[in-house]
Design a protein. Structure first.
Length: 306
């Protein structure tokens, strides 16, 4: 007797999507309040909820674009993949991102490259567009940092576009970022994390398609880099690295990429050029210190009284 084929649990995809929309709307409230009341502790503002909705809309558009870049490319090449699973998150951002599950083997190098690259490429384009829109509605305001202030790291693209819109920000002032701009910041962070050339991340697929078995050496180097950044910049990198190792060893990969049928055939020139573009996108998007002032090294220095 044949087993009945399993039906895709699309209800779970839909439920997680709705929950993530709600959590990003909640996260948007704090960024909208910061934008509206940066210079004064004013009362309620009718723009608070619409702005939080704009934050959620912009961030969800970036995440959907990223995952659909993967999903549609899988469909194009006949690779079995699930619809995106969106992950609700805490009030800081409102989401832990999203992922699709690839359920069949990817046999050709060019297919692997396109599936890995098209997601972050789409996410970056949408994030850059959101950043331009967000900065267009942002403003400069007087700012005096205090002990309770939280400062966020800025990707290179953010610094370049901020200089274009505002020039050199004067001492004692800061850019009050529109919620759509902060959604772009989150989108760039997600894009750069996915582009790390490690194991089964998007960047790992791209690195293996370009470098073959040498990608394992690159993967190990970047894992060591995560450990260093976790100590000197932001402890979250240690947690992220531990999660990568957990799943990697669970599936017995040991930072190796599953082989493809044409492993020793080089990629075509067009995809090699796109690989260079992917590296540029990573450089423009990456944030070594997403939240400033919380390094493990700094904590240890203060703990021992140095």
């Amino acid at each position: 007797m044949l087993d009945a084929p399993t039906r895709p649990r699309t209800w779970l995809n839909g439920l997680l999507f709705v929950l993530t929309v709600l959590t990003t709307c909640i996260a948007g409230l704090s960024w909208s309040a910061n934008f509206l009341f940066f210079e004064s502790a004013a009362g309620a503002d009718p723009l608070l909820f619409p702005l939080s909705g704009l934050y959620a809309l912009a961030l969800m558009a970036i995440l959907v674009g990223h995952e659909m870049g993967h999903y549609l490319t899988c469909r194009r090449y006949g690779v079995d993949a699930t619809l995106p699973y969106f992950l609700p998150g805490p009030p800081f951002l409102g989401t832990f991102g999203a992922f699709i599950r690839i359920k069949s083997r990817i046999g050709l190098k060019r297919h692997l490259f396109d599936i890995g690259a098209n997601g972050p490429f789409a996410g970056f384009v949408l994030s850059a567009a959101a950043l331009v829109a967000g900065l267009a509605f942002s403003r400069l305001a007087p700012y005096t940092p205090s002990d309770s202030s939280i400062s966020f790291g800025e990707p290179l693209l953010f610094k370049l576009l901020t200089s274009l819109f505002f020039g050199r920000v004067p001492e004692g002032q800061a850019v009050v970022l529109h919620p759509v701009g902060f959604a772009a910041w989150a989108g760039l962070l997600v894009t750069s994390i996915n582009l790390l050339p490690i194991s089964q991340l998007d960047g790992g697929h791209v690195a293996y398609a370009v470098l073959g078995r040498h990608a394992r050496t690159v993967s190990r180097a970047f894992m060591a880099g995560l450990a260093v950044m976790g100590v000197f910049f932001y402890p979250g990198w240690l947690v992220f690295g531990a999660l990568i190792l957990f799943f990697d060893f669970k599936f017995k990969l040991r930072l190796k990429h599953p082989p493809v049928d044409d492993e020793f055939w080089p990629l075509d020139r067009g995809r090699k050029a796109k690989a260079v573009l992917i590296v540029i996108i990573f450089v423009l998007s990456f944030i070594p210190e997403p939240v400033k002032g919380y390094s493990l090294f700094g904590f240890l220095k203060s703990w021992i009284g140095v």
